[in-house]
Design a protein. Structure first.
Length: 158
């Protein structure tokens, strides 16, 4: 790319425009594919897709039967993500989802701790979050905002 000439800048601008057009086409195709499964909720589909593409976290709130789980499953399928539904209960512990240290013993009898993740979903739907204990909500919110879990002073990124 030429820095001083106008021709190099035009080529860069053309590449940016083509990339934006291609991205818009892919997003439209994803919306259409999810729209084949989820009917009458175009705004919810679009906002959820934007949230996922921005790397954010979203909260789908609604009465049972509004296809919240189906939306996450459809987005996971369309975007090639591993989507899972996590059912919250009062006895759920943070380690049930985030993971915990597990002791392992090798063939020589040496024991060591290894971090084992329990859920490795790219997209997770947290159902009935209000039933979870406050400690869990705090852990989940912390790990979601930092994209890591710290166990025994060791960060584990996901």
């Amino acid at each position: 790319m030429a820095v001083g000439g106008g021709e190099g800048v035009e080529k860069l601008e053309d590449m940016i425009v083509r990339a934006a057009e291609t991205t818009a086409t892919h997003i439209a195709a994803a919306k259409a594919a999810v729209g084949n499964v989820i009917f009458g909720q175009e705004d919810v589909v679009e906002r959820t897709l934007i949230t996922v593409l921005c790397g954010g976290h979203g909260m789908l709130v609604g009465v049972p039967g509004l296809a919240k789980t189906k939306l996450v499953e459809a987005l996971g399928t369309v975007l090639g993500l591993d989507a899972r539904r996590i059912q919250f209960t009062p006895d759920l512990m943070p380690s049930d989802i985030l993971g915990s240290e597990v002791m392992e013993q090798d063939e020589f009898g040496k024991r060591s701790f290894r971090f084992k993740r329990m859920s490795s979903a790219s997209a997770a739907l947290s159902a009935l979050l209000d039933l979870a204990p406050m400690s869990f909500s705090t852990s989940l919110s912390s790990s979601g905002s930092t994209s890591k879990v710290v166990r025994i002073k060791t960060p584990h990124h996901f």
